[in-house]
Design a protein around this ligand. Structure first.
Ligand SMILES: Cc1ncc(COP(=O)(O)O)c(C=O)c1O
Length: 294
């Protein structure tokens, strides 16, 4: 079920190897992507691969493999995995070279993709809403690049877990809310969805783009503007989103109820619209999905 494509070869994930002096192990000099596939169909694959290319360009990194090769490898991995819900993970590292900070010359990048079944969502968490805590955003200034340099994210996520929460909502030194450690964040007030704009301080999620489009289709006003921690604390509803979470309602923040402490109607509606979008995409594309159709 866990299959890997690495530098042009397919193998079981457990057999994949990268050298100790790969730039990813020593400098986190790598970008990555996570795509979900349902019923054999990768969702929003074009958007994810476009972001992959933007992230690679952001680090001046070039893959030896074409987009077509990448798409083919992904479809083949999804077929090999054969599960109804799949997580597809891809990574591009600058390559393997004697350790030195400057970019090595003439060294090919290493690219790999692997698949594993996505666990079933915890339905209770979606019904009751998750707990979040707030935490300083200690990341670098180029969060728009999806790099594997995620230590600040890991520390904040662990802080959340250690405080009985699922995620940490991050805020900058001036108290502006950016996003979560592995998800975008949304506050709903007076019927309007507020979220940080698609600027370098956040990773603009592929699910975020979809949510904003679906919200506008639903006639729900959207404001892509920075907002403060105080605003977050006085929101009627909160929810967070990512490729694998979709839209997860948040009903407690720092141990206090959000709004009425229940899943709100807007988070609920957005969740339904995403589920419908996935169902439509999979039924339209079928098991023989072609690259770029989803
Ligand atoms: C920091 C961060 N923000 C947002 C997201 C959501 O992005 P997407 O919707 O593309 O999964 C992620 C996903 O991993 C993330 O790591």
């Amino acid at each position: 079920m866990e299959h890997l494509w690495i530098n042009g070869e397919f193998m079981p994930l457990s057999e994949g190897r990268l050298p100790v002096e790969d730039r990813a192990t020593q400098f986190s000099d790598a970008i990555y992507e996570v795509i979900a596939a349902y019923e054999g169909v990768p969702i929003l694959m074009k958007e994810h691969l476009d972001r992959w290319e933007r992230s690679a360009a952001g680090l001046q990194m070039e893959s030896p493999y074409s987009r077509e090769t990448r798409e083919h490898a992904i479809h083949e991995l999804v077929r090999l995995c054969g599960q109804p819900r799949i997580m597809i993970y891809g990574q591009l590292t600058r390559g393997t070279a004697k350790r030195a900070h400057p970019f090595p010359k003439g060294v090919p990048a290493n690219e790999f993709w692997y698949v594993r079944p996505l666990p079933h969502p915890n339905e209770q968490k979606y019904r009751e809403g998750a707990a979040c805590v707030t935490h300083p955003d200690e990341r670098w200034a180029r969060c728009w690049i999806k790099t594997t340099s995620l230590l600040a994210n890991c520390l904040a996520k662990q802080y959340a877990l250690d405080h009985g929460a699922f995620e940490a909502v991050l805020y900058t030194e001036d108290g502006t809310v950016t996003e979560c450690t592995a998800a975008n964040a949304y506050a709903v007030r007076d019927g309007t969805i507020h979220t940080y704009p698609a600027k370098p301080r956040i990773l603009a999620g592929i699910k975020r783009e979809l949510i904003l489009r679906l919200a506008r289709e639903e006639g729900i006003p959207v404001k892509e503007e920075p907002f403060s921690l105080d605003f977050l604390r006085s929101a009627d509803e909160l929810f967070i989103s990512s490729t694998t979470l979709n839209a997860l309602p948040v009903t407690t923040l720092d141990g206090k109820p959000v709004g009425e402490g229940k899943v709100g109607p807007i988070a609920q509606r957005i969740g339904e619209r995403i589920a419908a979008f996935i169902a439509e995409t999979t039924s339209r594309s079928g098991a023989a999905a072609q690259p770029g159709t989803a």
